[in-house]
Design a protein around this ligand. Structure first.
Ligand code: ZN
Length: 157
């Protein structure tokens, strides 16, 4: 059986926060605002794998109202979420993602991001891909006030 999952997330970008994508810190003058560490890509991937297995979503598993998740390491949340997916017998076939922000450029970090996601999801980096896009200066993402991530995954069992 195969199942497709889709995840999406957006975070504000503000000064004095780290800019994290799948736990990899990018050099930037702004970072993601969030109750957790704000890792927009980790959050989109969590929703994609949970959605494919119909096991809920990031908000139900890790409610922002729970102080336990304040400043949480989102890659740890991804490992926790994916362990629930694995318990149901699923394994990841592939994961494809888009991250949209005006800066920084994602390309220099892409291989590290792929490796970080691969390690958290029990696969090799060859089944994971990340594309960096800009919003062409339009809207809040184009103005550098936000970053958005989308993730699509395929699970098999
Ligand atoms: Zn988020």
């Amino acid at each position: 059986m195969i199942r497709i999952g889709l995840g999406w997330d957006l975070h504000r970008l503000v000064p004095l926060r780290r800019f994290l994508l799948a736990g990899v810190e990018l050099e930037a003058d702004r970072g993601e605002l969030g109750h957790s560490d704000g890792d927009v890509l980790a959050h989109a991937v969590i929703d994609a794998v949970l959605g494919a297995a119909a096991l809920g979503d990031i908000g139900t598993l890790f409610p922002p109202s729970d102080p336990k998740w304040k400043d949480a390491d989102s890659m740890e949340l991804l490992r926790l979420a994916f362990s629930k997916v694995k318990e149901q017998g699923w394994r990841l076939s592939n994961l494809d993602c888009v991250v949209t922000c005006e800066r920084p450029k994602l390309i220099p970090y892409r291989e590290r991001i792929r490796a970080a996601l691969a390690a958290a999801l029990d696969v090799g980096p060859e089944v994971i891909f990340i594309k960096g896009k800009t919003a062409e200066g339009l809207g809040p993402i184009g103005e550098g006030a936000a970053v958005e991530a989308e993730a699509v995954c395929l699970l098999e069992r």
